[in-house]
Design a protein around this ligand. Structure first.
Ligand SMILES: *Cc1c(COP(=O)(O)O)cnc(C)c1O
Length: 358
């Protein structure tokens, strides 16, 4: 007795995917990236599921780390963007939070801080992303300064790949050359590999991998099958058919009539819309599964509903509709919406019922 829009999270699938990530670089460690509420899967549930085996977790900011600590998650948590204000350092040092350092403000704040425990700093080197981090020359200066600070217990080198998901790009090799040469001058443990590099660039495996999207069962590589075949989708988004209409040739469906029936068409209205996180950008023809049969969206996605083609489909009122998940990969849906699986996963809103299994 409720609107059926539901997201089901399979924690066993996430544990499986974490093991796949770990097995790529035997003997090395892997942070489970659980930023953005574990890519929409529920950071507390995911971290608790993984905490017996994960070497640590990565989040974007202290709010996300506090949420995990408050829920009883122990073990290292890395702040991938470090701290934003100096007053965060008290909590960071008292709660075994490891922090990225990517700018001079953060360096000075550490130098001026009194810390409960020496900090574990992840010093960010910009190898080409040009988003955060020090240039190689700046890095060497920052590294020397941190080594001399009593507030700092250890330094790990951190950098991020721009194009690890593109096997034809020469950029990854170039980034590796940059950090290798800087690490020779500034020796420390290293962390570079996101999901794509974890799966396909063994030259980038060092002390700490940082898999994100693969934990949630989605390959970062477009149009390839071997990585995807090793992963289990962890999020399944479903709802139900709430109305059915038989339309005639020339009938238009939904806002602005973007779909006009060229043949007699049975259309199903489904309780799922952009206010649930299903993208309004989804084009006519975007695949969906109705009662286990593949069909497509016809007409524009509205706030609370969307419409699917039920012509020739064995379905009725109350039939289950899957938008992505176990039977339809988010990676297959995303291109129809001009996006990637990451935004589909992080976009689910609070109106959607949440079920957790495993
Ligand atoms: C989000 C993020 C990751 C994980 O990336 P995926 O592509 O999801 O594996 C790794 N490192 C950093 C710095 C990130 O911001």
């Amino acid at each position: 007795m409720a609107r059926a829009a539901t997201v089901t999270i399979d924690l066993d699938a996430i544990a499986h995917n974490y093991r796949v990530a770990k097995s790529q670089a035997p003997g090395q460690k892997a942070l489970a990236v659980v930023k953005a509420n574990a890519y929409g899967h529920g950071a507390i549930d995911v971290a608790k599921k993984l905490q017996a085996e994960a070497d640590g977790f990565a989040v974007a900011c202290i709010e996300e780390a506090v949420e995990l600590r408050d829920a009883g998650v122990t073990g290292p948590i890395v702040l991938l963007e470090g701290f934003f204000t100096a007053d965060e350092l008290d909590y960071i040092s008292a709660n075994n939070i490891w922090t990225a350092v990517h700018n001079d403000f953060q360096l000075e704040a550490i130098a001026a801080a009194e810390v409960a425990q020496p900090l574990n700093v992840w010093l960010k080197l910009d190898t080409g992303m040009h988003r955060l981090g020090f240039t190689p020359e700046e890095y060497k200066v920052a590294y020397q300064r941190l080594q001399a600070m009593p507030q700092v217990g250890s330094v790990t080198m951190l950098s991020h790949f721009t194009s690890a998901d593109d096997m034809s790009s020469p950029v990854t090799r170039h980034q590796i050359e940059i950090y290798d040469s800087v690490n020779q001058a500034c020796p420390s443990p290293m962390s570079f590999a996101n999901s794509a590099a974890t799966m396909k660039h063994s030259a980038a495996h060092h002390d700490w991998q940082r898999p994100g999207i693969i934990l949630y069962g989605s390959s970062p590589f477009e149009g390839e099958a071997d990585v995807q075949a090793q992963l289990k989708p962890a999020m399944t988004l479903t709802s139900e058919v709430i109305a059915i209409h038989d339309l005639q040739v020339g009938d238009a469906i939904g806002y602005n009539g973007t779909w006009v029936c060229e043949q007699p068409t049975r259309v199903g209205t489904v309780a799922m819309g952009y206010a649930d996180g299903y993208p309004r950008q989804a084009k006519n023809g975007t695949p969906v599964m109705v009662s286990g049969q593949r069909t497509k969206i016809i007409g524009r996605v509205s706030m609370d509903m969307l419409t699917v083609d039920l012509t020739g489909i064995d379905a009725g009122l109350g039939s289950t509709v899957e938008f992505w998940g176990e039977n339809l990969l988010a990676n297959e849906v995303a291109p129809y919406c001009g996006t990637i699986s990451y935004t589909l996963f992080t976009g689910i809103t609070r109106r959607v019922h949440r079920k957790v299994k495993g």
